[in-house]
Design a protein. Structure first.
Length: 578
């Protein structure tokens, strides 16, 4: 014990003479005195368990936080696990703890000799909201209205269709798919039928800032067919908003937002996966993610096939090629490029008459026209840039170019009108889109409270060739409608978030302005051609109150005005504003 006292005294004298070392070790003379007194009262080998969980101000588990425990006997280090938990065995003397990590403000805490050391709840503050190592920078830490899903479920599940991927969110979203899987999604949420995702308020779905809802789409407003080129293994995480309460999102967000972010690299350098199931279901996934010194990258290929239970096999084939290259210009600056190419082709049983099924003349999995089905080709190229500053501020910008070809072949009246050629129709959509986003996030303190300011600009322009034709055996022979539509959406937004009452009360106030411009050139009926434009202001307000950090219960009140654009042809023809 005498040797230990001598060592501590010498250490104290040394630290008093060396300011830099005192900063690093950070053992004050008072702490040393306490440690010495405790050391004299405890056996030299006495230990105790130090365990707890690291939480954010909104009760979110915080993984990857470095925990340093310093005592008279030395220093120990551990990192909080995926659930924010940490565990150490330390001496029974006073222990000084340090908690720090990326974008986390340094936190110090001293545990006395007689204090409890298990089931600790350590609350840390973020200098800036966590920045996902993907294209989109979010402010989820200061926004408790956002739900988040991680990538666990996407790693080991056999996904046959895109509706299954959306169903995994478990966020009150009901997604259906008929005619074998290749046709568009049917979306329902909170009891509202959103058709293909764009009516009755809409459900906005984005992948790395690229809007998936198609404006003025040939198969229905808000069509979500682009999701068919999404490979589940590449999903990093998903943010879910339960209404039009964020100024960052506008068109189609009336009943919520689903923002999917993809990885920039994969954990394994080479991945090969083969899966198989019933009804001819088989799937191949190949990925290569090289380890580069100053860059993250991967290239991945997915091929899947599904026949379904139908007598006319669905033959739903998907081929998706996805790549990413992120060059780290410095520790806090990156420039990246993304590429996604998708192709799917399918047949379907069609919408068969139930009276023939009830009469036993047609099997419930039968068909009348064996050529119904569709095909889709899509391509997305994007580039993005992000930069972080020492004060936690972040700027990010991205731009994208997309090209898609969509054809759906249907037969609803089944030779009742034209007994020679049939009553088949072809719905056609040939589309080019350009868009971009710019966003600046600044964390700061407002009257001593943690605050976050978000400012952004958004642009989406679509040039679409739309058509409806009579067809037989997937060969069109008479155009019914044909139009060229140009739709542009320009927007700007600002949102301010503030935490009060030590994180118990969170407020958001936001404002967004959208301007839509519609131009239609009707090739069949020129009198229906024209140009229209309209703008809308959308105020946003969120409040969240957590009575106790010990009980994971939060009360919310949200207000927001949402919009969803209408089909451009209908706006021009009827003179209806967006």
């Amino acid at each position: 014990m005498l040797k230990l006292s001598l060592v501590i005294c010498l250490l104290t004298l040394f630290l008093s003479a060396n300011t830099k070392a005192q900063t690093l070790v950070n053992i004050s003379s008072v702490a040393v005195t306490d440690m010495l007194a405790a050391a004299q009262a405890q056996p030299a080998d006495a230990t105790r368990t130090l365990a707890g969980v690291v939480l954010s101000a909104q009760n979110e588990l915080v993984p990857g936080v470095t925990v340093i425990a310093r005592s008279a006997s030395g220093e120990q280090t551990v990192v909080s696990d995926a659930e924010g938990k940490f565990h150490l065995t330390v001496p029974a003397w006073p222990v000084e703890l340090k908690f720090f990590g990326k974008n986390i403000a340094l936190l110090s805490r001293t545990i006395g000799a007689g204090e409890a050391t298990e089931n600790l709840q350590i609350r840390v503050n973020f200098i800036v909201a966590p920045i996902n190592e993907a294209v989109v920078i979010t402010s989820a830490t200061l926004d408790p209205s956002i739900e988040r899903r991680n990538d666990i479920i996407y790693k080991n599940t056999l996904f046959e269709r895109d509706d299954q991927l959306v169903e995994t969110l478990n966020a009150g979203i009901n997604v259906g798919q008929h005619e074998g899987g290749g046709k568009s999604l049917e979306i329902r949420r909170f009891g509202y039928n959103l058709d293909h995702g764009g009516v009755n308020g809409g459900l906005k779905i984005l992948v790395d800032d690229v809007q998936q809802n198609g404006q003025s789409q040939g198969h229905g407003q808000g069509y979500l067919g682009q999701l068919k080129s999404l490979t589940p293994e590449l999903v990093q995480d998903v943010d879910i908003l339960n209404g039009p309460f964020s100024a960052q999102y506008g068109d189609f967000s009336g009943l919520g937002v689903v923002h999917i972010r993809l990885r920039e690299s994969l954990p394994d350098q080479l991945t090969m996966r083969f899966q198989a199931g019933a009804f001819g279901n088989r799937r191949l996934f190949l990925a290569y993610s090289p380890k580069l010194g100053n860059a993250d990258s991967f290239i991945a290929y997915e091929k899947s096939h599904l026949d379904g239970p139908f007598l006319n096999p669905g033959r739903y084939n998907r081929d998706n090629l996805t790549g990413n290259y992120t060059l780290h210009l410095s520790e806090h600056e990156a420039l990246g490029f993304k590429l996604n190419l998708g192709r799917n082709y399918f047949y379907s049983s069609g919408q068969i008459p139930l009276d023939l099924v009830a009469a036993g003349q047609l099997d419930r999995f039968g068909f009348i026209d064996p050529t119904t089905g569709g095909r889709v080709r899509t391509g997305v190229f994007g580039t993005y840039y992000r930069k972080e500053w020492q004060d936690g501020s972040v700027f990010k910008a991205d731009g994208f170019f997309t090209r898609s070809l969509f054809d759906l072949f249907s037969n609803f009246t089944l030779f009742l009108e034209d007994q020679v050629n049939g009553d088949g129709i072809q719905q056609h959509d040939s589309r080019v889109q350009q868009g971009g986003n710019a966003q600046y996030i600044r964390p700061y303190h407002l009257f001593g409270n943690q605050a976050l300011l978000t400012v952004g600009l958004y642009e989406l322009a679509s040039q679409v060739n739309l058509g409806l034709s009579k067809q037989k055996n997937r060969v069109p022979f008479a155009a019914v409608t044909q139009a060229h539509a140009n739709v542009a959406n320009t927007a700007g937004y600002v949102q301010q978030g503030v935490d009060f009452l030590a994180g118990h009360l969170h407020l958001d106030l936001g404002l967004r302005y959208d301007y839509f411009h519609f131009n239609v050139a009707d090739k069949i009926n020129p009198e229906f051609s024209g140009t229209r434009g309209a703008g809308r202001v959308q105020p946003k307000f969120n409040v969240a109150y957590t009575p106790s950090h010990r009980v994971p219960t939060t009360f919310y009140f949200n207000y927001g005005r949402g919009i969803n654009s209408q089909d451009a042809r209908g706006i021009v023809r009827n003179g209806v504003a967006a």
